[in-house]
Every structure is written in structure tokens, then in C-alpha cells.
Unconditional design. Structure first.
Length: 344
């Protein structure tokens, strides 16, 4: 059993770690935070009986990490991390985390490459591997990181945006179900999950705004857990009004975009939108054509028109301006103005 004690103004938690060692950890000046930390430690899955002193298998480290992630992570992060852990367990499952070395990671990477897995996917798995190790250190199940996790070098390609002519070709190829989705993506920069999670309660026609809000009932939370509201352009406002007039299920709790009467779209929408790109002659695998290309078009055109990076960040829901700067590299206006300043 653990305990809480106080020295001066600071609360401490005292408990035994997975190796049976007595640990004392500062928990700050808030008693509730100290109680939360102690509860988190005491509900940690116990180590199987018979393990040697100080041994912490990767399988337990991964389970402990996923358990923590299930409390604080986004549904998509939980799902993707679970998939990555399944692959990692195949190589590291019974290994003692303390004894992992760089050579073990090299072997894992080569094995995954031999299986035809792309470097981007391997990097995703390495990021989860690193998160598992960091969590093991944070929970004091291991004293320090046993290995430095280095991601593979990948050449970054500039994101390509659609031209105004291509946008009109795309919209002309869309039908009554897909055209409102594409227009909304182009005029708001909403992500795929944000689009299919929209309810009519998120659309305010009087104020001409459209919002991204949490919906626990369908397991949706905005990225970085920040809700946001964007103004609607006149074209989008008109298109959504017309779209609503064509639907039978338009109550506040009904989805804006419906696969069939009253039914919210599933990930199948990705394939449907890709077909629209193909019909318009705009599909290119290397450009990752689809709804995310509409998001890139949204950001690139805002920056090209002189909108600040911070305003673009807020409208698109990016966590930092660093993410938005990748789109600034494709905006021509600033580059043209720069070269015009040359004195010769």
C-alpha cells in the first residue's frame, strides 16, 4: 500500500515500484493531485509472480502505457497506438525493457522493411515504442531510458494545393451527397473526422458560423481537445442551406453529412471522395488526393492571400504555427514579393 505525506508545503507519495523498491515522489502542493497519483500507482497492473528482481517485460510496459492512454488519449490515438503495440510485441514482448539496445531497434526496423512496411509507418511504431519507454521511466518502473529512439529520415514533399480551376472540376464531378462535404472541407479546412462528426447543432445559419465540438456519444473529441468555431463564407452558407432543405433528418442531433437517411458517414467516405477525384481526373496517389488535399488547399490559399500564420492556425485547428509553416512554403505571394526586392 502507498501513502501520502507532507513536508513543508509539498505533498509526497510513497509506494513500491514494479521491482519492489520503495519510491518517494513529489506531487506538488495539491492534495487532490497527490491522491490521484497514488491511485494511479495502486491500480497499475501487478507484475506476474516469479519474475526476477528488477525485470520489467516490454509487454507489461506496453499494457501500462495503453491503459494510461485509454484515460487521457483521443480515440484515434488509442486505436493507432494499439495497432503499433501489436507489431512491437512481436519483437519485444517478453524482453526486459532495461536490457533493450540500439541493435534490437535496428533489427526491428530491418524486419519491418523486409515485410514491405513503409518508413512512415515504421516511424509511427517507433514513436509509440518511445512513448512506452518514457511512460515506464515516468512511472518509475525503470530507472532510465535504456535506448535512444531515432526516427528514420524521410524526405518531406511540399503539400500540393488545388488550383481554382481544379476546385471547380472537382465540384462538377461531385453528386448531391459529396459536393456539400467537399465544399465544407475547402471553406473550413476541417479534418475528415471533424466533417463526419458535424451535427446540425454545430451549424448556426443566423450567425453564419460552423463549429467543431466534442461528441462523447460517438467517441469524437477535437484534435488537441480544443473546440473551435469558424465563420462560413457566403458560398458555404448557401450550399449548406440548400443541402439541409434536401434532407429529411435535420434535427440538431442529426449528422450534417449522411450516408443514407439519418445515418452518419463511416470511413467509407474516404473511398467515395477519392472516386470523385478520379472522376475529375485529379487523383494522384503521391499527392494523397482526397479530403486532406482540400484542407491543404484551404491553408495554402489563406496564406497566399496574405492571411497571417496565426489566424490560419486558429481556423484550421493546428496545435502550433510550426505545422502551418509547411503550407506557407507553397504560397507564392510572399516568395514573389521577396524576389522583387532584389536590387539588380
Amino acid at each position: 500500500m502507498g501513502s501520502i505525506f507532507k513536508r513543508g508545503d509539498v505533498f509526497y507519495v510513497s509506494f513500491k515500484d514494479a521491482a519492489g523498491r520503495r519510491v518517494k515522489r513529489a506531487a506538488g502542493r495539491n492534495l487532490a493531485e497527490a491522491q490521484r497519483q497514488l491511485e494511479d500507482v495502486e491500480t497499475r497492473p501487478p507484475l506476474p509472480a516469479g519474475l526476477p528482481q528488477g525485470v520489467y517485460p516490454f509487454t507489461l510496459a506496453a499494457k501500462d502505457y495503453l491503459r494510461r492512454l485509454s484515460i487521457y488519449g483521443r480515440p484515434a490515438s488509442i486505436k493507432n497506438s494499439g495497432i503499433a503495440v501489436k507489431h512491437l510485441l512481436g519483437s519485444f514482448g517478453s524482453r526486459d525493457v532495461n536490457r533493450l539496445r540500439s541493435a534490437d531497434l535496428d533489427t526491428y526496423i530491418l524486419t519491418r522493411r523486409d515485410a514491405g512496411v513503409k518508413d512512415r509507418t515504421i516511424n509511427t511504431e517507433l514513436i509509440v515504442f518511445r512513448a512506452v519507454l518514457n511512460h515506464a521511466v515516468h512511472t518509475e518502473n525503470i530507472p532510465k531510458l535504456p535506448v535512444r529512439v531515432r526516427l528514420l529520415k524521410i524526405t518531406k514533399t511540399l503539400p500540393k494545393a488545388l488550383s481554382p480551376e481544379q476546385v471547380e472540376r472537382l465540384l462538377n464531378a461531385a453528386d448531391h451527397r459529396t459536393k456539400p462535404v467537399i465544399l465544407t472541407a475547402l471553406y473550413t479546412g476541417f479534418r475528415f473526422q471533424e466533417l463526419i462528426s458535424l451535427n446540425w447543432s454545430d451549424v448556426d445559419f443566423e450567425r453564419r458560423t460552423i463549429s467543431v465540438t466534442s461528441k462523447p456519444e460517438i467517441g469524437f473529441a477535437p484534435k488537441t481537445h480544443v473546440e473551435r468555431t469558424n465563420p462560413m463564407s457566403h458560398r458555404l452558407w448557401s450550399a449548406l442551406q440548400e443541402h439541409r432543405s434536401n434532407l429529411k433528418h435535420t434535427r440538431p442531433q442529426h449528422p450534417v453529412f449522411q450516408m443514407k437517411a439519418g445515418v452518419r458517414w463511416t470511413p467509407r467516405l474516404i473511398r467515395v471522395i477519392r472516386d470523385v477525384f478520379e472522376t475529375a481526373g485529379l487523383y494522384r496517389k503521391e499527392d494523397k488526393s482526397g479530403l486532406h488535399q482540400c484542407r491543404r488547399t484551404f491553408a495554402t490559399n489563406l496564406l497566399d492571400k496574405g492571411v497571417s500564420i496565426e489566424t490560419t492556425r486558429q481556423l484550421g485547428g493546428w496545435a502550433s504555427v510550426v505545422m502551418v509553416q509547411t503550407y506557407a512554403t507553397t504560397a507564392d505571394r510572399a516568395k514573389r514579393e521577396a524576389v522583387e526586392q532584389l536590387p539588380f
